[in-house]
Design a protein around this ligand. Structure first.
Ligand SMILES: NC(=O)c1ccc[n+]([C@@H]2O[C@H](COP(=O)([O-])OP(=O)(O)OC[C@H]3O[C@@H](n4cnc5c(N)ncnc54)[C@H](O)[C@@H]3O)[C@@H](O)[C@H]2O)c1
Length: 323
């Protein structure tokens, strides 16, 4: 049994991860500040699934405030999974400073705390958005990612860089996990599959940005969790680690096919409005996962349509009032 600190524990990925690690017998300290990026009641509902577990303790704190990391909660922590942050590409264009604070400043605070407290290991939530509009596919970790096209992407790349600096200076072991559009039950309400399902259930039309030919390498939450636990195991088994790994699915799905899959899962008739592409959006994300396969034993298993079906079932369960 290890003591693992999970930041962003009330969020979509963080709440699933806490449940999985608790089921594996670990002791978990979770931190979240209930950032109002989306409805706080959704985060509280996520947290309720494991808040009373005897091996879980929760701290409500903003990681961008240095003072909040002076607490005793990190005594004996073996490893940090740092998932907290402001997600979302489009809102970052409106609020770049907020993203720098929640993503970069908070990450630097954690790195400083690790150095001060002798916590050696961290798995960090980076993003496929660092690849920007790279034309070459699939995206490999060796590619140059110096051209982020949104403040969000720029903050994630910056975090990978400051993580390297702390690895170099203080010998911290770090795996940067580049997630690729994670979906499944509890998916953030701002993300397309969730947003579209809600609109369909409300009898409204779906806004489709562009002609539907953009593509995303959607990754089902259980596959992402398998990648994160692979990174945790790798960190516990090795020292001198600084790695960047893609945790995608290696199977991009066209926007129009994603929309068709949701209509199929909901059993409703298509009602789609085409709109211009949005600034900051990339054309395609497509992960080369060979490094994660080799290093972490990562092997995504979920069929996209099956994942969408599971999402819709969850959505209908938590929204019984939507006809
Ligand atoms: N979901 C995806 O498809 C995806 C893709 C790439 C990267 N990521 C990254 O993975 C991580 C988790 O994503 P998610 O989809 O679960 O997002 P989420 O918004 O559901 O979870 C993030 C959590 O972090 C918390 N948080 C934000 N700022 C904080 C702060 N300053 N102090 C403490 N807590 C704070 C939020 O309240 C939230 O509960 C994020 O860093 C995100 O950028 C997610």
């Amino acid at each position: 049994m290890k003591k693992i600190l999970v930041t962003g524990c009330a969020g979509f990925i963080g709440s699933h991860l806490c449940e999985k690690l608790l089921a594996q017998g670990h002791e978990i300290v979770g931190i979240d500040n209930f950032d109002p990026f989306y409805d706080v009641s959704v985060k509280k509902r996520n947290l309720d699934n494991f808040l009373s577990h005897p091996n879980f303790s929760f701290i409500e704190a903003d990681l961008a405030e240095r003072e909040n990391l002076k607490d005793e909660f990190h005594e004996g922590v073996d490893l940090i999974v740092h998932l907290a942050g402001k997600a979302g590409v489009r809102p970052s264009i409106e609020d770049p400073t907020g993203y720098i604070r929640a993503n970069v400043t908070a990450t630097q605070n954690i790195l400083d705390m690790m150095k001060d407290r002798g916590i050696k290991k961290m798995a960090f939530a980076s993003s496929s958005s660092v690849y920007g509009n790279t034309k070459e596919t699939p995206f490999s970790e060796t590619m140059d990612v110096s051209n982020p096209i949104s403040p969000y992407a720029a903050t994630k790349k910056t975090c990978e860089l400051i993580n390297y600096t702390s690895h170099h200076l203080y010998g911290l072991d770090i795996v940067n996990m580049r997630f690729f559009t994670v979906f499944g039950p509890r998916q953030r309400p701002d993300l397309a599959i969730h947003k579209f399902t809600k609109l369909i259930r409300e009898g409204k039309e779906i806004p489709m940005f562009g002609d539907g030919s953009t593509a995303r390498d959607y990754t089902f939450i259980e596959d992402t969790l398998q990648g994160i636990t692979g990174a945790i195991d790798y960190l516990f088994q090795n020292t001198g680690v600084y790695e960047i790994v893609n945790l995608g699915n290696n199977q991009p799905v066209l926007l129009r096919d994603m929309i068709a899959a949701i209509y199929e899962a909901t059993g409703e008739k298509p009602n789609i409005k085409q709109l211009p592409m949005q600034p900051g959006d990339v054309d395609i994300t497509y992960a080369d996962i060979s490094k994660a396969q080799k290093l972490l034993g990562y092997q995504p298993k979920f069929d996209f349509k099956e994942g969408v079906k599971r999402f819709v079932e969850w959505f209908d369960k938590i929204n019984p009032s939507i006809p």
